[in-house]
Ligand binder design. Structure first.
Ligand SMILES: [Zn+2]
Ligand SMILES: [Zn+2]
Length: 285
């Protein structure tokens, strides 16, 4: 089966709509739903059937998706928007049969993520609780270790924000790069150049992409912890991927589905072929 990415959720730490928010974006998302609404950051790679990250809406996201079988999950980093749906693994539990016939999913955790999971948000404690019930099998990956799933090799890549990882999916003729979040300061290595599809976080919209007006104060702490949209575009130029899809789109950045379509046109005029993801989008690699 060819590699395919299904975007389960394309919001960032702040999903759309925000409860109680009456802004243009949230009102529209509440009325129209997908593609205007955005749930937490998660995607599924068809082929190896790998899930990346579990935001709190993951059960709902999986139910509306075309995903039927998850062979493994990889976690990119410890941040709450990427892990808080951990209870999804209870779907493996046989609640009524006796003796129990649970299913079990392999959960891969890169070394530094495992370290953070032990110290942050009780994530390791919770995953170990699920493992003790036989619902997941936790696999810590040491630096440089790759995972093979059928015809696909999956390589975690540590980012400049060294607590977070990207993942390279490689088959004989196709390569898919997924960076779920945390692009700040990253210089893609030469061997990543020319991947068939790169999925990257959009970054913070420091300047209005249409008017060029500054939208965030230059001293704002956010600009020291997150890559901006302009920095993301610079990384896109370096990567020279055949196709690029941007995701992890934050509600406070104020760009609706229609605005992003307009931005796609504007970028195309500049010679950049970039798509913005929306929930339920499926992209072939
Ligand atoms: Zn995030
Ligand atoms: Zn809003």
């Amino acid at each position: 089966m060819p590699l395919k990415v299904e975007f389960l959720g394309t919001g960032g730490a702040i999903t759309t709509p925000v409860p109680g928010c009456e802004c243009r974006l949230c009102t529209q998302a509440r009325e129209k739903g997908v593609p205007y609404s955005r749930a937490g950051p998660s995607l599924f790679v068809h082929g190896p059937d790998v899930l990346i990250d579990t935001p709190e809406e993951i059960s709902y996201q999986l139910n509306r998706s075309s995903v039927r079988r998850i062979s493994a999950c990889f976690y990119s980093h410890w941040h709450p928007d990427h892990v808080m749906g951990r209870r999804v693994w209870e779907m493996n539990k046989d609640w009524r049969g006796w003796p129990r016939r649970n299913s079990c999913t392999d959960v891969y955790i890169p070394e530094h993520v495992a370290r953070d999971f032990r110290e942050r948000l009780g994530t390791w404690e919770h995953l170990a609780f699920l493992e003790a019930q036989g619902l997941v099998r936790l696999v810590e990956l040491s630096e440089g270790e790759v995972v093979r799933s059928g015809a696909t090799e999956i390589r975690p890549i540590r980012l400049a924000e060294s607590y977070a990882y990207a993942f390279l999916f490689a088959e004989t003729s196709k390569r898919l790069l997924v960076v779920p979040d945390e692009l700040l300061g990253w210089e893609p290595s030469a061997d990543l150049q020319g991947v068939d599809l790169a999925v990257l976080p959009m970054g913070i919209v420091e300047f209005d992409p249409f008017s060029g007006d500054r939208r965030i104060h230059q001293d704002h702490w956010l600009l020291r912890s997150e890559a901006t949209f302009r920095q993301t575009l610079a990384i896109v130029e370096k990567l020279q991927a055949k196709r690029v899809v941007l995701t992890h789109i934050e509600e406070p950045d104020g760009l609706s589905y229609d605005d992003l379509r307009r931005l796609e046109d504007l970028l195309r005029e500049d010679g950049l072929s970039i798509r913005f993801a929306f929930d339920t989008l499926v992209a072939e690699v």
